[in-house]
Design a binder for this molecule. Structure first.
Ligand code: IVH
Length: 690
């Protein structure tokens, strides 16, 4: 085939794959009705990614691979909006809203006007431009006239079509809100807390921060969603707002179920009171309801003021807040030593749950709020799991209740707390000996995105720590079967029924040792992340590892060189420099190297742990405690130089047999005299068990 023919073939296949993947995305994200398995979907997407890599000139502007993100945007372009992005007037009571109804009736000289009620999504407004059915521009509100072009980032949001379907117009502008659902928000904040970064205050800030990320591949992981709330009907195709929004469903947008036409103000008030209560069950934040005059000709007649349309208004919910008494303050020390004050409260019912604790953020917060002992405080819930204190009720304060004094020593290890210039809170500097910091580092080390050592959770880590078996991350590689086997502990809870006990039985112990052994092949970038250097997240670890290629090169670096890497700023660079300045850390790295962990970027061939099984072939057969377990055994065979094969023949070295091995395989093996060994025998063979 000539090059030209090859390109032509690739072009056709790319178009075919794009079409199919768009279709499946639509089925999955918009209709919530997938028609192929995740695996098959990934295969299609991988094929497309590979082809586009080979033929970059053939990448379509609406390629589904854009969802995965990739390009780095150095600076966002400023773009002028075709239609100004107005904001809405606010109302806070039935009275205010009745005024809006009468004003509208007066202006239109009508009495029965149809309204559309929608939720007021608490996120970031976005304008989306489609040209010939392709999403070409996504711009934030900015100052209403000019906004930031964040197209590459917006393309990663799965509920925004990259290509329209049906009889779409040549040009289309729609507007809506980009939001971060509670699940994504909580996961993101947990991750940020884990690496010692400041948490986002609420899902709106998190959504807005995500849209401004430089790297769209990062945005793709943020779990953002989109709700459409306005269509520009430049061709006068529709009579009213509701109709046009519904039409967007045919073009491939996800239409929210949270929209209703209302024939009277009573129906509007019913919608408001329904959602004022039900919003606690929504998986995202809303801060009110938006009421719009439905008919376009009426909207036009009403027009706009300088800032707001006269045909729409927001009704803002009062944030649900309750008053309760502060009983005491606990101080929690995190992995990076940050001390977070947490209020213990007189239990109170708020938005569907009983609240007993609330976060108080940091020392500055307590001071600014002027919180005294046993104060009565107002608490509110946002997207977060733990509610926050939003105000104090000084009128209920007893005279001799003193202001809360932030502690000066660590509640866990007694070290004097330190506060860095410009930071809002204190931290415990005793990084190597403070128990919660050690346990936090151990947990971070084994976590999925780091070394991914399965079979250990917080309780088991506590148990091993309490037994003196884990003092730092190097100790994972010193654990032996005899030390672990038989360890157990019951963790009691308030209610006996939820007491949990953890114990190391035969299988748990073996599984853990196998998982630890397997972690020795985890690639350098994840090992670097697992070390738990403050502010070094998953992405920066990857960039740094790939830039230097080995820990030795990184150890010898300078601040200037670090700052040259994308995504590495002052804070990260400083943190890395001080990490390597600590002898204790160098000792940890050297020990880990000695255990065989990966400290340089290597090809797969170099992932070997030993050549113990060199020249041997294995069949792994029968059922094991889990499919993952079987995969682990197969992987270990290869990492020790052995080979996995599928059929039993006379050259086979061993069969590792689980339960219920097939009778024909068994008979054949016996006939050929192939040794059949158990999982236990296999582990002994690679020195993982005694
Ligand atoms: S309509 C010209 N509908 O609220 C009318 N806005 O304060 C444009 N918002 O900037 C707005 N949900 O970001 C409309 N269902 C909804 C909305 C909504 C949230 C936001 C939007 C706007 C702000 C107005």
């Amino acid at each position: 085939m000539t090059d030209k023919e090859k390109t032509e073939e690739a072009k056709q296949r790319i178009a075919e794959l794009s079409q199919t993947i768009h279709h499946h995305n639509y089925q999955y994200y918009i209709l919530d009705n997938p028609s192929i398995s995740d695996y098959d979907f990934d295969m299609l997407l991988n094929e497309l990614i590979a082809l586009e890599k080979q033929f970059p000139e053939l990448v379509l502007p609406d390629s589904p691979t854009q969802r995965v993100g990739g390009d780095i945007i150095k600076q966002f372009q400023q773009v002028e909006h075709k239609h100004q992005m107005l904001s809405l007037g606010n109302t806070y009571s039935q009275g205010d809203l009745n005024e809006f109804f009468s004003r509208t009736e007066n202006l239109l000289q009508l009495s029965n006007i149809e309204y559309v009620c929608e939720l007021k999504y608490d996120g970031v407004a976005i304008s989306l431009i489609y040209e010939n059915g392709i999403l070409t521009q996504a711009v934030t509100r900015g100052n209403g006239t000019i906004g930031d072009e964040v197209t590459a980032n917006v393309k990663t949001i799965k509920s925004i079509p990259l290509r329209l379907q049906g009889d779409y117009p040549q040009e289309l502008e729609v507007r809506g809100e980009i939001i971060m659902p509670h699940d994504s928000f909580n996961a993101l904040n947990k991750e940020r807390e884990d690496i010692g970064e400041t948490k986002f205050a609420n899902p709106r800030n998190a959504a807005s921060g995500s849209l401004k990320l430089q790297h769209s591949a990062e945005v793709a992981k943020r779990g953002l969603d989109f709700f459409l709330y306005y269509v520009y009907d430049d061709n006068n195709a529709y009579q009213n707002h509701f109709q046009s929004v519904m039409k967007m469903k045919e073009y491939g947008f996800k239409i929210t179920p949270y929209i209703k036409t209302c024939a009277s103000s009573t129906e509007v008030f019913d919608f408001i009171s329904y959602w004022d209560k039900e919003r606690e069950n929504l998986p995202f934040d809303i801060d009110g309801v938006v009421i719009k005059v439905n008919r376009y000709d009426y909207q036009e007649q009403l027009g706009t003021t300088a800032k707001n349309p006269r045909w729409a208004i927001a009704y803002k919910f009062k944030a649900e807040r309750v008053l309760t008494q502060l009983l005491s303050v606990d101080y929690q020390v995190g992995r990076t030593g940050i001390v977070t004050p947490v209020a213990n409260l007189e239990p109170v019912f708020l938005a569907g749950t009983t609240v007993k604790r609330a976060t108080m953020n940091n020392a500055d917060f307590i001071k600014e709020m002027d919180i005294h002992q046993n104060d009565y405080v107002y608490i509110e819930k946002g997207g977060e799991i733990i509610p926050k204190i939003v105000a104090v009720e000084p009128s209920m304060r007893k005279e001799n209740n003193m202001p809360i004094q932030f502690i000066s020593t660590c509640p866990d290890c007694g070290a004097a707390l330190v506060r860095n210039e410009g930071e809002a809170g204190y931290f415990c500097p005793n990084v190597n000996e403070c128990p919660p910091q050690i346990k936090g580092k151990l947990l971070h080390f084994i976590s999925r995105k780091a070394m991914n050592i399965e079979g250990l959770g917080e309780e088991k880590i506590n148990l091993l720590y309490d037994n003196g078996l884990l003092k730092n991350i190097t100790d994972f590689y010193k654990l032996t079967y005899n030390q672990l086997f038989g360890l157990n502990k019951t963790f009691s809870s308030e209610n006996k029924e939820t007491d949990r006990s953890v114990s190391f039985k035969e299988k748990t112990t073996e599984n853990l040792l196998l998982a630890i052994e397997k972690s020795k092949s985890v690639e350098f970038e994840r090992v670097l992340f697992a070390l738990g250097i403050r502010f070094v997240g998953e992405v920066s670890a990857k960039k740094i590892a790939r830039h230097y290629g080995s820990i030795e090169k990184l150890q010898q670096t300078t601040i200037e060189e670090l700052l040259n890497i994308d995504d590495v700023g002052d804070v990260v660079a400083q943190s890395i420099m001080s990490y390597f300045a600590d002898k204790n850390n160098i000792d940890i790295i050297n020990q880990l190297k000695g255990f065989g962990l990966q400290f340089s970027c290597v090809s797969n061939a170099d992932k070997m742990l030993s050549d113990k099984l060199e020249g041997m072939t294995f069949v792994v057969s029968g059922t094991f405690s889990s499919p993952q377990r079987r995969k682990d055994i197969e992987e270990m065979i290869e990492m020790h130089g052995g080979k996995n094969v599928s059929s039993v023949n006379k050259k086979l070295s061993f069969i590792v047999a689980g339960d219920n091995m097939g009778p024909s395989k068994l008979a054949k093996a016996q006939q050929l005299g192939i040794p059949i060994i158990s999982e236990q025998d296999f582990l002994t063979m690679i020195n993982l068990s005694e």
